[in-house]
Design a protein around this ligand. Structure first.
Ligand SMILES: [Zn+2]
Length: 560
C-alpha cells in the first residue's frame, strides 16, 4: 500500500514536473523568435522570374533552393513608386517607405533648391577613409529623410545592436545601414579596396584593412571567367552568346565566353564588378565582417545588410537572356549556399534570419525583343532636354526653360518662368501652364511615348490607378520634376547597347522576396505584397518600432 502510495505521489510529481516543463516550453514558443543576426540580402537588378527560369542551374545545396524550400517566398512582390532604380530601391526596402516620404527619388535628381544635380548618397562635407580616391568616399545617408529598420534596431537596443552595411556600390551599403550604423563599406574601383567615409569613422577597422591587404581582386582575375555549367544549359535557357546589342566590357571585340580577366591584374580594379567574382568578393567581406564585428554573438540582435551589385552591372551590359546572366546566377546560387553554411556554423542554424529581395528588376534588351517581334525601343533622355529647349528657342528666343530631363522626368526652370511670364509676347502669356502644354503636345506625338503626366496635377490625366499611385508615392517638391514621360512598354533610355530599368512596367518592378530562418514560416504566397512591406515585417519579427516613415504592412503569413 505504502509502495502504491509512493508510486502515486511520484507519478503526480512527475506529471507536475512535466506540466511545468510544458508551460515553460509554451511560454518560449509564444515569445518572439528573436534571431541573433539578421542578414538582409539585396540582389541588385534581380528579376523575380530568375528564381524559376534558372531552376535547372541551381544546386540543392545552393542558396536559392534552400531559401525557397525551407523558407517563405512572397511571389507577387512589387515596387510601388518611380523610378525603379537602385537608390530608391534600397531606401524603400529599409525604410518601408516611398520616395515622397523618404526623399530618395532616384539615383540622381535635380535639386530644385540647390539648383544642381545631386547623387543620392552624395555628401560633400565628408571624406574618403581607406583609399586615396577622393570622390569615392564623399558619401553618407544624409539625403535620406527618415529612419531605417536598422536605425530602429539600434534605437531599440539602446545602440547595443551592431549594424553593418556592405556592397560594391556605395548607395547599396549606405542606405540599408541607415543613419546610426556602426559601419558601411563599399568598393572603390580605383584602388580595389573596401572603403568608407568620415561620416562613420576616422580609420578602417582592422578586419577591413586585413581584407584590403589580401588584394583578392587580383586572385579572382587570375581565374578568368568561363562557363560554370554545361554548355547545353546556356543554349537551352539563353539567347546566343555573342550579340551586337551586348556591351563590350572586357575588350573591344567580344561579348562571349571565355573572358581573359588576368589581363586586368594590378591594372584595372573596375572590371570585377562586371563578373560573378564581385559577389564572391562580397561574401568574403561578409564573413570577415561577421568575424571582425562578432555579429550574432551578442545578447541583442545584430544586422548585416549585404547588397550584391554585380548582377546589375552584368545585366546592364549583357541583358537578362545572356549566358553571362545565367552564369552569374548559377555562381551566385553557390556563393549564397556557401554563406548559409558559414552562418549555420558560426551563428547556428535557426539562430539567424535571412531575407532576400531586389532593389529593382530589369527589362529585356530592346533589340532582343525586336528580333522576336516584341514591342521595344531606345530613347535618349539627354537629347530630349535639347529638343524641348529648342521649341521655346524657336518661338520665343528663350533657350533654358527646361533645366533637366532625368529618369523620364522633365524639370522646368522656375526662376526663368517667373521672369518670362511678365512679358506677354505675340503668342500670348508664356506661363507655366502654357509651357507644360507645349511640352506635352510636343512629346505626345512621339512614337515611343505613351503619356505625359503633370506631376502636380495627377488627377487631370486619365491614368490607371496603379500608375497614379506610383507617381503620387514618388513626388517630392524639392527633388521631383514637373512632367513625367511614361514610355511605351519595352522602351528605355540606356545608350546604344545593353539594357536598363526604371519604368513602372512589371519587368522592372516585379521582384523576388524570400524569407528564411529564425521566426520564419515555411511556405509561399501569391498575395500581392509591396517592397515597402519588408521593413514593417522585420519590425514585427524583431518586436521593434517601425521606421519613422514606413507605409507598408506586416506580411503576417511569413511570420511564425
Ligand atoms: Zn542598374
Amino acid at each position: 500500500m505504502k509502495k502504491i502510495m509512493l508510486l502515486y505521489v511520484l507519478s503526480f510529481l512527475t506529471a507536475f514536473a512535466f506540466a511545468q516543463n510544458n508551460n515553460s516550453t509554451a511560454s518560449k514558443n509564444t515569445s518572439p523568435d528573436q534571431p541573433k543576426l539578421v542578414i538582409g540580402i539585396v540582389v541588385d537588378q534581380m528579376r523575380w522570374d530568375y528564381l524559376y527560369r534558372f531552376q535547372d542551374a541551381y544546386q540543392p545545396t545552393g542558396g536559392f533552393k534552400r531559401l525557397l524550400g525551407e523558407g517563405f517566398t512572397c511571389d507577387n512582390t512589387f515596387i510601388n513608386y518611380l523610378p525603379s532604380v537602385t537608390g530608391a530601391g534600397h531606401a524603400c526596402i529599409y525604410t518601408g517607405s516611398v520616395p515622397a516620404i523618404h526623399g530618395i527619388n532616384g539615383n540622381n535628381w535635380w535639386d530644385n533648391n540647390l539648383k544642381k544635380m545631386m547623387y543620392c548618397v552624395q555628401d560633400d562635407s565628408v571624406k574618403t577613409v581607406g583609399s586615396n580616391t577622393q570622390d569615392a568616399g564623399k558619401m553618407s545617408p544624409k539625403n535620406l529623410y527618415v529612419t531605417t529598420i536598422t536605425d530602429e534596431l539600434r534605437i531599440a537596443s539602446n545602440f547595443q545592436s551592431k549594424v553593418i552595411g556592405l556592397s560594391i556600390k556605395d548607395r547599396g551599403s549606405i542606405l540599408p545601414a541607415g543613419h546610426a550604423a556602426n559601419g558601411a563599406y563599399w568598393y572603390d574601383a580605383q584602388s580595389g579596396n573596401f572603403i568608407t567615409s568620415t561620416y562613420y569613422m576616422k580609420a578602417l577597422p582592422e578586419w577591413v584593412r586585413a581584407l584590403n591587404t589580401r588584394k583578392l581582386v587580383d586572385s579572382f582575375y587570375a581565374k578568368n571567367w568561363d562557363l560554370s555549367l554545361s554548355k547545353n544549359l546556356y543554349t537551352s535557357l539563353c539567347d546566343a552568346d555573342e550579340n551586337s546589342y551586348e556591351s563590350k566590357i572586357f575588350d573591344t571585340v567580344h561579348t562571349g565566353f571565355p573572358y581573359q580577366l588576368a589581363l586586368f591584374t594590378g591594372k584595372d580594379y573596375s572590371k570585377i564588378a562586371y563578373t560573378p567574382y564581385g559577389n564572391d568578393l562580397l561574401v568574403e567581406a561578409a564573413k570577415k565582417a561577421i568575424e571582425g564585428e562578432q555579429l550574432g554573438n551578442h545578447t541583442v540582435t545584430d544586422f548585416l545588410a549585404i547588397s550584391f551589385s554585380s548582377p546589375d552591372y552584368i545585366g546592364h551590359a549583357f541583358g537578362p537572356n545572356s549566358w553571362e546572366m545565367l552564369d552569374n546566377y548559377s555562381r551566385l546560387d553557390v556563393s549564397l549556399g556557401n554563406l548559409l553554411d558559414y552562418l549555420d556554423n558560426t551563428v547556428g542554424k535557426n539562430k539567424y534570419t535571412v531575407f532576400l529581395t531586389a532593389d529593382h528588376a530589369g527589362a529585356h534588351i530592346p533589340e532582343y525583343l525586336q528580333k522576336n517581334k516584341l514591342p521595344a525601343g531606345r530613347w535618349e533622355d539627354k537629347d530630349i532636354k535639347n529638343e524641348l529647349n529648342g521649341i521655346f528657342e524657336k518661338e520665343y528666343s528663350i533657350s533654358d526653360l527646361v533645366t533637366a530631363v532625368n529618369d523620364y522626368a522633365v524639370y522646368l526652370n522656375h526662376d526663368e518662368i517667373e521672369y518670362v511670364k511678365q512679358f506677354a509676347g505675340p503668342l500670348g502669356k508664356l506661363d507655366e501652364e502654357k509651357i507644360k502644354n507645349m511640352i506635352t503636345s510636343y512629346l505626345i506625338k512621339k512614337e515611343m511615348v505613351l503619356q505625359v503626366v503633370d506631376l502636380k496635377n495627377l488627377n487631370r490625366n486619365p491614368l490607371p490607378q496603379k500608375i497614379r499611385d506610383m507617381l503620387n508615392n514618388s513626388y517630392t517638391p524639392v527633388r521631383s520634376g514637373d512632367l513625367e514621360i511614361i514610355m511605351k512598354s519595352g522602351v528605355m533610355s540606356s545608350g546604344k547597347t545593353g539594357m536598363t530599368h526604371g519604368a513602372w512596367y512589371n519587368y522592372d518592378t516585379h521582384i523576388p522576396l524570400l524569407w528564411y530562418g529564425a521566426g520564419i514560416n515555411q511556405g509561399h504566397s501569391f498575395i500581392n505584397t509591396d517592397m515597402a512591406d519588408i521593413a514593417p515585417t522585420l519590425a514585427a519579427l524583431l518586436h521593434i518600432q517601425m521606421p519613422s516613415g514606413a507605409v507598408g504592412k506586416v506580411i503576417t503569413e511569413v511570420l511564425k
